[in-house]
Design a protein around this ligand. Structure first.
Ligand code: HEM
Length: 140
């Protein structure tokens, strides 16, 4: 059972991360499109669908499966798990921030620059590298 849930966890992680890496890339292009243009409206649909159909459900499955693994595997007191938990909380915070940006774009209220979106595009990548090293190498 544990191994099956771990497989589910990794599948959900892949879907969550794919969305978290792609969504800010859409913001980079969206902020260059004129408000009210056909392009801008297409980006709104793509962002909404990516968030609702992939990123949100994948995050929920990742959390549920991860918490089961932590409980069933008796990892709750492990040092690597504490580090991973902290980074996953940060990643979930970034997820919440991205959801707010989707709303802002949907209401044509974006005020941020292309440079800003290029920089935040890297944040989920950096967090993911730390999380995977902690989960697999378990350095402490
Ligand atoms: C959402 C909260 C999360 C919790 C509570 C959690 C917890 C866990 C636990 C307890 C394990 C089992 C470790 C083992 O059996 O050795 C695990 C495995 C794993 N987790 Fe997570 N995790 C979460 C999110 C994530 C995220 C966001 C990523 C990647 C970005 C990730 C990547 C992995 C990987 C790659 C494994 C497989 C490790 C192995 O096979 O040794 N997890 N997770």
């Amino acid at each position: 059972m544990y191994e099956w849930i771990k497989a589910l966890h990794v599948i959900a992680v892949i879907a969550w991360m794919a969305g978290m890496l792609y969504l800010p890339r859409l913001f980079v292009y969206h902020c260059q499109a004129d408000v009210g243009s056909k392009q801008s409206e297409t980006f709104k649909t793509m962002e909404r669908r990516l968030l609702k159909a992939i990123i949100n459900p994948a995050m929920i499955v990742t959390w549920l499966a991860g918490l089961y693994l932590a409980w069933a595997g008796h990892w709750l007191a492990a040092g690597w798990f504490h580090g991973k938990f902290l980074l996953v909380l940060l990643l979930s915070g970034v997820h919440g921030f991205f959801a707010r940006l989707v709303k802002d774009f949907a209401a044509d209220r974006n005020t941020r620059s292309e440079k800003f979106y290029r920089v935040i595009n890297e944040v989920p990548t950096v967090l993911m590298i730390g999380i995977v090293i902690l989960a697999i190498v378990k350095p402490f």
